[in-house]
Design a protein around this ligand. Structure first.
Ligand code: NDP
Ligand code: PYC
Length: 337
């Protein structure tokens, strides 16, 4: 039977599963927050279904559940580094965030480089954590080679998520967060589990022919969003959040893991920008001017990105999170391991 849990109750259960699997407190707490946030905000592709992959990756020895991330904040540089030391990205991000925010406010622009991390999560929780400091932000990371470049037929790029946030006074921030493939790979897996065909245009099979069969898509390649445009943005992410930060690119991640059934190991790049510092000396308040733009967008009947997510969050906080029969059964199975 489906069940409705409070947000806190779900987070506690997920955290318990990870602690039971041998993860230390910081890793288990950060992961349970991000997975529960996915369910709360109606982002199923990065919700409780990811627990299985986390446990599989731990069991395969490809991530260190007891890692203690290490901050290299000694210098006064605009580049702040955290080495996740083989653990998950989220606790490493949390360690670096206060230093990133302080430097961006002082210098106008700062970057947080996370190296040697396993990353399976949605990016918007990190975006919102940066906008909470009154800063604009761009966040990106590679993944593993599952996406054919525009005009190509074989997996090479990752689904490489790209996210942006702009702080808004007294309101939820403007946030978008998307895979640079037509859809996140998690969506293909969820279609496979539900026995549903994919929408046309998402993927090609191993022979390079268009397919709507999730199994064939997983064996073939996903397609970049917007053809050559998504392909170029995906490539930029390989360069900035892989090559430039001295970490793995998506093809290298796949070589390292040998499988797309484990959570990917690579780096992440978080840029933080102070709108006030950039506007200094020019006319107008950047935050007030941004509001005019948002009003004009909504004035045409269009919605802002994340509006659906924030509405799902408000509903979940008021009414709880409803999990299906099979999701509850899976949680219970993990709890009994
Ligand atoms: P979606 O296509 O579902 O959504 C992308 C963005 O567009 C969201 O911010 C969404 O807001 C917004 N949006 C959707 N429809 C509209 C609309 N009609 N008008 C305005 N805005 C709209 O996301 P993806 O499937 O591409 O990605 C899902 C998640 O997967 C992301 O959170 C991403 O970080 C994650 N991911 C993580 C990877 C990793 O390696 N860690 C790899 C790939 C993806 P809203 O949510 O409100 O609908
Ligand atoms: O959904 O594409 C995805 C994804 C890859 C790694 C984590 N999420």
């Amino acid at each position: 039977m489906e069940q409705t849990l409070t947000v806190d109750a779900l987070r506690d259960r997920v955290e318990g599963i990870f602690r039971h699997a041998g993860m230390n407190a910081i890793q288990a707490a950060a992961l349970s927050r991000v997975i529960t946030a996915g369910e709360r905000d109606g982002c199923k592709s990065h919700g409780v279904y990811r627990i299985e992959g986390v446990l599989r990756t731990l069991k395969a020895g490809k991530v260190l559940g007891t890692a203690e991330p290490e901050l290299d904040g000694g210098s006064d540089s605009a580049i702040v580094r955290v080495n996740a030391r083989g653990g998950f990205s989220n606790p490493a991000f949390e360690l670096g965030l206060p230093v990133l925010a302080a430097r961006a406010k002082r210098l106008g622009l700062a970057a947080l480089v996370v190296n040697d991390c396993t990353h399976f999560a949605a990016l918007w929780p990190e975006v919102e954590a940066v906008t909470d400091h009154g800063l604009a932000t761009m966040v990106m990371c590679p993944s593993y080679a599952t996406v054919a470049p525009a005009g190509g037929k074989r997996p090479l790029l990752g689904t490489n998520p790209f996210a942006f946030g702009w702080p808004r006074t007294g309101r939820a921030p403007y946030v978008f967060d998307f895979a640079t493939s037509v859809a996140a790979r998690g969506e293909i897996e969820l279609h496979r589990r539900a026995g549903k065909p994919l929408p046309k245009g998402w993927a090609i099979d191993a022979e390079g022919q268009p397919t709507t069969d999730p199994e064939a898509a997983l064996a073939g390649a996903m397609l970049p969003f917007g053809g050559h445009k998504g392909s170029a943005i995906g490539t930029m992410i390989e360069l900035l959040a892989g090559v430039m930060i001295g970490d793995l690119t998506s093809p290298e991640v796949l070589d390292f893991l040998g499988s797309t059934t484990l959570a990917p190991f690579h780096g992440e790049l978080i840029l933080a920008l102070s709108p006030e510092k950039f506007t200094a000396g020019r006319e107008g308040d950047p935050f007030a001017r941004a509001e005019l733009l948002f009003e004009a967008i909504q004035g045409q009947g269009a919605r802002l990105p994340s509006q659906r997510r924030f509405a799902a969050r408000a509903k979940a906080e008021a009414e709880g999170i409803t999990l299906s029969d099979s999701e509850i059964a899976q949680l219970e199975r993990f709890e009994s391991l």
